[in-house]
Every structure is written in structure tokens, then in C-alpha cells.
Design a protein around this ligand. Structure first.
Ligand code: CA
Ligand code: CA
Ligand code: CA
Length: 131
């Protein structure tokens, strides 16, 4: 197992654990649909690679509650170990680390490998992490 793969695995475990402790939201589907249409800039009902990339920046800005352009542990619901892996030496996650991370990587979400993410692929992916 390569180092990067191991890190990715640990990260997903971290997210899984954090999500398990969160209460289930009944309006998740509505929220996810809204989220999907925000990322789908051209309204094609599919998210392309470039749309996904800009979508991740939007997610980053949304997570950064205090607006200091870095994510601290309390802004991300992750296990301390998972967070540490993502944040690296400086202990905070900057935009580059977040966008370059394995979390929500395009290829992980695009199950049928047609280079587009449709709504069902996104919701399946999210479901995996929200238990
Ligand atoms: Ca699109
Ligand atoms: Ca912050
Ligand atoms: Ca696809």
C-alpha cells in the first residue's frame, strides 16, 4: 500500500467516524440537490471536471467560517488523526491542501467513469460518508 493510498484510507475512516456521530438530516436530499445545481454551472445536470474543481473551492469557502482562508479542526468535522493528515505540518488546511486532497476526488465520485458526475453518483458518494 502506497503512502498516499494509506492516507486516503485513513481520511475516509476519519470522515466516516465523524459523520456517524452527526444526527441524520431528513432534508439532506433537498440540500444536496441545491448543492448540485450550484456546482453545475451550465445547468447540464452533470458536473464536469472543471465545475467540480470550482465546486470544491466553494465548499472550502463555506467551511471556512471565520474567513481566514484556512480550515481549523473545529471547522471540519473530522477525526483529529484524519485532520492532521490533511493539514500537514502547520496544523491548518489551506485551499491548496483541500482542493488537492483525496476527499471528494472527482474520480472517486464518478463511478461509471464517463468524466461527468450526475446527481445519483454524488448522492451515492455522500451517502457512503453520512452512513
Ligand atoms: Ca455541467
Ligand atoms: Ca478558518
Ligand atoms: Ca459519471
Amino acid at each position: 500500500m502506497t503512502c498516499a493510498r494509506k492516507a486516503a484510507l485513513l481520511l475516509s475512516v476519519g470522515i466516516g467516524l465523524a459523520a456517524a456521530g452527526a444526527p441524520a438530516l431528513t432534508n439532506d436530499d433537498v440540500r444536496l440537490r441545491r448543492f448540485f445545481s450550484v456546482i453545475d454551472l451550465d445547468g447540464s445536470q452533470e458536473i464536469s471536471r472543471s465545475e467540480f474543481r470550482s465546486g470544491k473551492s466553494v465548499v472550502f469557502l463555506n467551511l471556512d467560517l471565520n474567513g481566514n482562508m484556512t480550515l481549523e479542526p473545529d471547522e471540519m468535522r473530522m477525526s483529529p488523526d484524519g485532520f492532521k493528515l490533511l493539514a500537514g505540518e502547520d496544523g491548518v488546511v489551506d485551499g491548496e491542501e483541500f482542493i488537492g486532497s483525496e476527499i471528494g476526488s472527482f474520480d472517486a465520485v464518478d463511478r461509471n467513469k464517463d468524466d461527468q458526475i450526475d446527481y445519483s453518483e454524488l448522492s451515492e458518494y455522500i451517502a457512503k460518508y453520512s452512513g
